[in-house]
Write a new protein. Structure first.
Length: 154
Protein backbone atom coordinates (compact mmCIF):
# COMPACT_ATOMS: atom_id res chain seq x y z
CA UNK A 1 0.00 0.00 0.00
CA UNK A 2 2.82 2.39 0.86
CA UNK A 3 4.44 1.70 -2.47
CA UNK A 4 1.23 2.59 -4.32
CA UNK A 5 0.91 5.85 -2.36
CA UNK A 6 4.53 6.80 -3.09
CA UNK A 7 4.11 6.11 -6.80
CA UNK A 8 0.88 8.11 -6.96
CA UNK A 9 2.81 11.40 -6.60
CA UNK A 10 2.88 14.11 -4.03
CA UNK A 11 -0.59 15.44 -4.63
CA UNK A 12 0.33 18.34 -6.95
CA UNK A 13 -2.17 18.54 -9.76
CA UNK A 14 -1.35 19.80 -13.28
CA UNK A 15 -2.31 23.39 -14.09
CA UNK A 16 -2.91 25.43 -17.23
CA UNK A 17 -0.02 27.21 -18.98
CA UNK A 18 0.69 30.51 -17.22
CA UNK A 19 1.78 33.49 -19.35
CA UNK A 20 4.85 35.09 -17.80
CA UNK A 21 5.73 37.56 -20.56
CA UNK A 22 8.56 37.55 -23.08
CA UNK A 23 11.60 35.31 -22.54
CA UNK A 24 14.90 36.90 -21.59
CA UNK A 25 17.06 37.69 -24.59
CA UNK A 26 20.12 39.65 -25.69
CA UNK A 27 23.10 40.90 -23.77
CA UNK A 28 22.84 42.78 -20.54
CA UNK A 29 22.93 46.53 -20.80
CA UNK A 30 26.00 48.46 -19.79
CA UNK A 31 29.58 48.73 -20.91
CA UNK A 32 31.16 45.61 -22.38
CA UNK A 33 34.82 45.34 -23.22
CA UNK A 34 36.51 42.51 -25.05
CA UNK A 35 39.43 40.33 -23.98
CA UNK A 36 41.27 37.63 -25.89
CA UNK A 37 41.06 33.93 -25.13
CA UNK A 38 42.17 30.73 -26.84
CA UNK A 39 38.69 30.61 -28.41
CA UNK A 40 38.68 34.19 -29.73
CA UNK A 41 37.21 37.34 -28.23
CA UNK A 42 34.95 37.36 -25.17
CA UNK A 43 32.89 40.28 -23.93
CA UNK A 44 32.90 41.07 -20.22
CA UNK A 45 30.80 43.65 -18.39
CA UNK A 46 32.28 46.69 -16.73
CA UNK A 47 30.28 48.86 -14.39
CA UNK A 48 32.55 51.87 -14.77
CA UNK A 49 31.08 55.25 -15.59
CA UNK A 50 32.09 55.92 -19.18
CA UNK A 51 33.40 59.47 -19.68
CA UNK A 52 34.85 59.14 -23.17
CA UNK A 53 36.32 56.60 -25.57
CA UNK A 54 39.81 57.01 -24.10
CA UNK A 55 38.46 55.44 -20.88
CA UNK A 56 38.01 52.19 -22.83
CA UNK A 57 41.72 52.05 -23.70
CA UNK A 58 42.54 52.46 -20.01
CA UNK A 59 40.22 49.55 -19.12
CA UNK A 60 41.80 47.34 -21.79
CA UNK A 61 45.35 48.11 -20.66
CA UNK A 62 44.34 47.39 -17.04
CA UNK A 63 43.46 43.89 -18.26
CA UNK A 64 41.03 41.30 -16.96
CA UNK A 65 40.36 40.90 -13.25
CA UNK A 66 41.58 37.83 -11.35
CA UNK A 67 38.46 35.75 -12.04
CA UNK A 68 38.61 36.61 -15.74
CA UNK A 69 42.31 35.72 -15.87
CA UNK A 70 41.55 32.39 -14.21
CA UNK A 71 39.00 31.67 -16.95
CA UNK A 72 41.70 32.24 -19.58
CA UNK A 73 41.14 35.85 -20.60
CA UNK A 74 43.94 38.29 -21.33
CA UNK A 75 44.43 41.70 -22.86
CA UNK A 76 46.74 42.11 -25.81
CA UNK A 77 46.52 45.90 -25.51
CA UNK A 78 49.77 47.17 -24.02
CA UNK A 79 49.92 50.55 -22.32
CA UNK A 80 50.81 52.93 -25.15
CA UNK A 81 52.82 56.10 -24.78
CA UNK A 82 49.89 58.08 -26.12
CA UNK A 83 46.55 57.46 -27.76
CA UNK A 84 43.47 59.33 -28.85
CA UNK A 85 40.07 57.78 -29.50
CA UNK A 86 37.33 60.01 -30.89
CA UNK A 87 33.86 59.16 -32.10
CA UNK A 88 31.26 60.91 -34.19
CA UNK A 89 28.00 59.05 -34.79
CA UNK A 90 28.83 55.65 -36.23
CA UNK A 91 32.50 56.53 -36.88
CA UNK A 92 35.35 56.01 -34.41
CA UNK A 93 39.02 56.81 -34.97
CA UNK A 94 41.79 55.50 -32.73
CA UNK A 95 45.34 56.84 -33.07
CA UNK A 96 47.93 54.80 -31.13
CA UNK A 97 51.45 55.79 -32.20
CA UNK A 98 53.96 53.01 -31.54
CA UNK A 99 51.32 50.28 -31.16
CA UNK A 100 51.77 47.01 -33.05
CA UNK A 101 48.56 47.31 -35.05
CA UNK A 102 48.80 45.11 -38.13
CA UNK A 103 46.24 43.24 -40.23
CA UNK A 104 47.77 39.99 -38.90
CA UNK A 105 47.07 40.83 -35.26
CA UNK A 106 43.38 39.88 -35.43
CA UNK A 107 42.73 39.52 -31.67
CA UNK A 108 44.39 42.80 -30.71
CA UNK A 109 42.51 44.71 -33.40
CA UNK A 110 39.29 42.94 -32.42
CA UNK A 111 39.70 43.89 -28.76
CA UNK A 112 40.04 47.54 -29.73
CA UNK A 113 37.33 47.62 -32.40
CA UNK A 114 34.66 45.74 -30.44
CA UNK A 115 35.31 47.55 -27.16
CA UNK A 116 35.28 50.97 -28.84
CA UNK A 117 32.15 50.15 -30.88
CA UNK A 118 30.21 49.17 -27.76
CA UNK A 119 31.47 52.22 -25.88
CA UNK A 120 30.45 54.53 -28.74
CA UNK A 121 26.92 53.13 -28.58
CA UNK A 122 26.84 53.83 -24.84
CA UNK A 123 28.00 57.41 -25.35
CA UNK A 124 25.53 57.89 -28.20
CA UNK A 125 22.43 55.75 -27.43
CA UNK A 126 20.96 56.33 -30.92
CA UNK A 127 23.88 54.35 -32.37
CA UNK A 128 23.80 50.54 -32.38
CA UNK A 129 27.17 48.84 -31.75
CA UNK A 130 26.83 46.78 -34.96
CA UNK A 131 26.69 50.01 -37.00
CA UNK A 132 29.89 51.52 -35.58
CA UNK A 133 32.93 51.50 -37.87
CA UNK A 134 36.34 51.82 -36.21
CA UNK A 135 39.55 52.89 -37.95
CA UNK A 136 42.84 52.08 -36.22
CA UNK A 137 46.08 53.95 -36.86
CA UNK A 138 49.53 53.47 -35.42
CA UNK A 139 52.72 54.28 -37.31
CA UNK A 140 51.68 52.73 -40.62
CA UNK A 141 48.69 52.94 -42.89
CA UNK A 142 45.27 53.07 -41.23
CA UNK A 143 43.49 49.75 -40.65
CA UNK A 144 39.79 49.55 -41.32
CA UNK A 145 37.24 50.82 -40.96
CA UNK A 146 36.08 47.66 -39.21
CA UNK A 147 32.85 46.58 -37.59
CA UNK A 148 32.97 44.35 -34.51
CA UNK A 149 31.20 41.52 -36.38
CA UNK A 150 34.30 41.13 -38.59
CA UNK A 151 36.23 39.88 -35.54
CA UNK A 152 33.45 37.73 -34.07
CA UNK A 153 32.49 35.77 -37.21
CA UNK A 154 34.21 32.50 -37.95
Amino acid sequence: MLLVAALAGCGVRPTEVIDAGEPASGLSTGLRIYFASDKGLRAVPRHNKLKDLNSVIKLLTAGPNTAEQTSGLLSLVEPPGSYDAVGNGTKVMLAMPGAHLTPDNHLLSGQLVCSLAHAQSMLNPKVHPDDVQVTLTSDGAPLGPYRCSYFLDG
